[in-house]
Structure formats: C-alpha cells, structure tokens
Ligand binder design. Structure first.
Ligand code: NAD
Length: 499
C-alpha cells in the first residue's frame, strides 16, 4: 500500500488480489505504473506470473459452487452496495483513475465513476430479474429453460477505461453467478485493485473475484489457454483478439471479443452544424481519442465541409490541454509514452501519403510544464479514404477527414474499413437517418449524437471489431448457458418399440 500526493488523497493498492487477500506475486516480481502527466513512477505494482494465474483460477474454481448457488437477490444486493460505495468514494476513485490513465478529472468525475456505479447497480438489479422461458412444445410436455452461469470467467481488459471496464466485465458475470479472474492492463492496474478493496468491504466472498495485473503475453496468454477457464471476455486490439481465438481452442472456451474500431462519423449537408461540430469533437477528442468507438473518420458532405472544418479546427485548437488533476483541463496526456510515439508516428505516415495536417500533429508548444508528459495536440488530418491513416486504428486525438458528393459515396467510405464497432451520422432528414443506421456496417450507430453508452444498451462490434455483446440482457445471455428441460407432464407417448 502506498499513498500519492495529489489534489485529493488516494489509496494505492499494489498487491495482487487472490482468494480474498492482497498478496505479492509468487516470484516477487513488480512493475512500475507511471503518471502520464510527468512520467514519474506512481507505484511499483505486483506483476503476476503464470503461477499466479493458476492460484487465481483455483480460488475462483473453489468459490464457484457456493457463489452460483447463492440466491440471485443476494448476489445482486452485494453489487448494489458496491455501487453505493463507489459513489460515496467518487472523488478519491476519480483522482486515482486520472492519475494512472491521464483522463481529465472533469471526465472521471462526471463520466467514468458515475457510469461504473451505474453499471454495477444495473446488473445488481438485473440479478434476480433474469429469467428462463417456458416454450410451447408438444401436447402434454412442459419445456422450460434454465440460465446457468458458465463457471470461471477470465476477463482481460485494456488501459483506456480501466475503471469502467471493471463494471462492464464483472457486473454481468457476477450477477449471473460466475466467478472471475480479471487481468487489467499492466499500464493501468490501480483502479481495478481499488475496486477489489471495495468488493472486500461489501462482503463479496473470497475467491469470487481475483485481480491479477501482469504482462499480456504471459498472464493473458496463459488465461486464454487455461483448461479451467470456461469463458474469456476480452477487450483489446484485434491482433491480440486473434491470438486469444487460437489459444482458446484447446478447451473450446466461450469467447466475447471487443476489439478495435475506426468509427465513421458522417455529416450530411442538412445537418445542424453547431451540434455536429461539437458532437464530432467529443466523438474524437474525449479521453484523448483513446476509445474503441471514437469517431476517428469524419466524412463530410462537400457543400458544408469548409464551413464545418473552420469551426471544427477552431474548436480543436481551443481545447484546454493540461494536468488531468486540474478540474479545468479538457484534454490530458495519452496513457503511455510508447502510445504517444505511435500516434505522432501516424502524423508522419499521413504526410508521406499526401495527407494534410490541418491542426495539431505535435506536442503542445510553449508549455514547459507539459514537456515531461505524453501530450499530443488535438490533430485534424485531411487524407484520402484509402490512405493508411484512414484505415488503421490510431487510437489517439487524431481524426482523419474525407469529403463525399453522394449518399452512395458516403456509405461506401463508411463501410470501407475492416472494423465495424460504432458509427455516427448528423442529418435533419429522418428517412435518411434511419436508412443509414441500417446500412452502416457496425454494432452501434448514433444519430445526431455520438458515443452514447448505457448499461442497458448492447455494446459490441462486427467484422474485425469482434463478436459478442456487453451490457443489457445481451451480456447476461453471454455469461450464462441455456439449458432446455423437458418434462412429461401428461403426455401419452406411444411405445417406440411396440411389442
Ligand atoms: P492490447 O490488445 O494490446 O491489450 C489488451 C489486454 O490484452 C491487456 O490487458 C494486455 O495485457 C492483454 N494481452 C496482450 N497480449 C496478450 C495475449 N497474447 N494474450 C492475452 N492477453 C494479452 O490492447 P491495448 O493496447 O491495451 O488497448 C487498445 C485496444 O483496445 C484498441 O485496439 C482498442 O480499440 C481496443 N478496445 C476495444 C474496446 C471495445 O469495446 N471494442 C474497448 C476499448 C478498447
């Protein structure tokens, strides 16, 4: 346990959480987690090995029979208490998340923390309302379905929204009666370990949740291969998603894959321009663009493109960049130095292919207080639809602009990438809005808004963005097996072998 000196005091848990206790890694290994604002080490955090995966899976396996047999209402009550506890510690948890990830406090306070509590509360409430069905079959038979937990679930998450992902992943899994081994990204382990402490406080029994930060190639890979893990729910890059599919084959474990994205954001000629400009800026620059659903491709009708870009570039230039712990900050640093370098590398790639940088493409200028951090200015690039920056996920404050003449061309550009996660469109024409909502190849579409999420609404993608859905009833389906039960109530079954 360590403390950090920040605006609001935070508790920093640095040990693995296995079988209800905070423990060191079996081999004693640790890894630093950095403050993206100034590259200082926040803490040395225990770094799990494959032996720790085995310990965690054993604990989750032992905890499963009791947890799954507990009444759904009792499981739900613990998640409801957890939601309340998170809200009561909102400022401390928001500070911790901002410190570890670089998200501005104004966002962690008004989005990440409330949404985390809301999601645990939604699934806490869902636990005892999730029902099987009775199916009308042949006369005299009762056929009903049971929804049963799949068992030990492995959950592997990335570094972009580590706090929120604890609730997206664990909320439905626990409500449905599964036990969990969760691996946060090595870059951002702190908020999930803090949630583990709160889970202890609300009385979630030992072994039901295990949290083991560690390297993806060792810990994540071992989880994906593990014979005693029944399902992997993975959020991360498409490349690692493919590796997990291969690794899961040995015991045919279930998979949910939430992978990369390259969101199309189409602005039609009849759009309400001020709303489209503001919403499109949120779509890409919120969380420094480190969002799988970011609106990272702006597709503008040629008749409004210049007017739109004048306002959009002016807004991008006005975004207040700074220390995430300062409540006035609108954009913080990227989460890691390596990632900052990758994003800046894409500016060179854009230029090499003839792209034009309209603003940004560099670290903030004349801001000596930010030079130690991983900052990148909001970046707007105009490029051809086939260019690398128009097709590959940059995952930063980097939006690529293209122009279209006809609706057919807009749809062709929108659907021209391998990803299909989120997409948006701005128009005042209702018929066009619905036509495009149906035609865009993606798991989610936003009309005259962007990046809305809610625990009740299914979330997930198609194509290289993965498969399976989180949130809502869909998530409960994905964390349960359906069993069909046949009962001969009053059926007269003629003998199959009449003698
Ligand atoms: P990543 O794929 O590198 O890592 C994600 C997680 O997988 C980390 O915990 C990592 O340690 C682990 N991992 C790495 N190698 C592994 C292996 N061989 N086996 C098992 N686990 C392994 O992704 P990232 O860079 O941390 O996150 C950014 C990516 O996540 C982007 O592509 C983004 O689009 C995607 N993402 C998707 C969603 C979604 O809901 N679709 C949400 C957020 C982020």
């Amino acid at each position: 346990m360590a403390t950090a000196s920040t605006a609001s005091p935070v508790r920093i848990q640095t040990d693995l959480f296995i079988n209800g206790e905070f423990v060191k890694a079996e081999n004693g290994a640790t890894a630093p987690t950095y403050n993206p604002h100034d590259n200082s080490v926040i803490a040395e955090v225990a770094s799990a090995s494959t032996a720790d995966v085995d310990r965690a899976v054993r604990a989750a396996t032992e905890a499963f029979p009791k947890w799954s047999a507990l009444s759904a209402a009792d499981r739900g009550r613990m998640l409801l208490k957890l939601a309340d506890l998170i809200e009561s510690r909102a400022e401390e948890i928001a500070t911790l998340e901002s410190l570890d990830t670089g998200h501005p406090m104004r966002d962690t306070m008004r989005l990440d923390v409330p949404r985390t509590a809301m999601t645990f509360r939604y699934f806490g409430g869902m636990a005892d309302k999730f029902e099987g069905t009775v199916i009308p079959v042949d006369q005299g038979f009762l056929n009903y379905t049971l929804r049963q937990p799949v068992g030990v679930v492995g959950q592997i998450v990335p570094w972009n929204f580590p706090l929120m992902f604890t609730s997206w992943k664990m909320g439905p899994a626990l409500a449905a009666g599964n036990t969990v081994v969760l691996k946060p990204a090595a870059l951002t382990p702190l908020s999930s370990l803090r949630i583990a402490e709160l889970m202890q406080e609300v009385g979630i029994p030992k072994g039901v949740v295990n949290i083991i930060p560690g390297a993806g190639s060792a810990v994540g890979q071992h989880m994906a291969e593990h014979q005693d893990i029944a399902k992997i729910s993975f959020t991360g890059s498409t490349d690692v998603g493919r590796r997990i599919v291969k690794a899961s084959a040995s015991n045919l474990k279930r998979l949910g894959l939430e992978l990369g994205g390259k969101g199309a954001n189409i602005v039609f000629a009849d759009a309400h321009l001020p709303a489209a400009v503001n919403g499109s800026a949120f779509a890409i620059f919120h969380n420094q663009g480190q969002a799988c659903i970011a609106g990272s491709r702006l597709i503008l009708h040629e008749s409004i493109a210049d007017a739109f870009l004048d306002q959009f570039v002016a807004l991008a230039k006005s975004i207040r960049i700074g220390n995430p712990l300062d409540i006035a900050t609108e954009m913080g640093p990227l989460t890691s130095m390596g990632h900052r370098d990758k994003v800046l590398g894409y500016c060179d790639i854009a230029k090499e292919q003839g792209g034009q940088i309209l603003t940004g493409g560099r670290a903030p200028q004349n801001r000596p207080e930010l030079t130690g951090g991983y900052y990148v200015e909001p970046t707007v690039v105009e490029a051809k639809p086939g260019d690398r920056v128009s097709c590959e996920e940059v995952f930063g404050p980097f939006v690529v602009v293209s122009r279209f003449k006809t609706d057919e061309e807009a749809l062709q550009i929108a659907n021209s990438v391998e990803y299909g996660l989120g997409g948006g469109l701005w128009t005042t024409n209702l018929a066009k809005a619905h036509r495009f909502a149906a035609a865009i190849r993606s798991g989610m579409v936003w009309i005259n808004c962007y990046k809305r999420v809610n625990p009740a609404s299914p979330f997930g993608g198609v194509g290289s963005s993965g498969y399976g859905r989180e949130m809502g009833f869909e998530a409960m389906h994905q964390y349960t097996e359906v069993k069909s039960v046949w009962v001969n109530v009053d059926a007269n079954i003629p003998p199959f072998y009449p003698r």
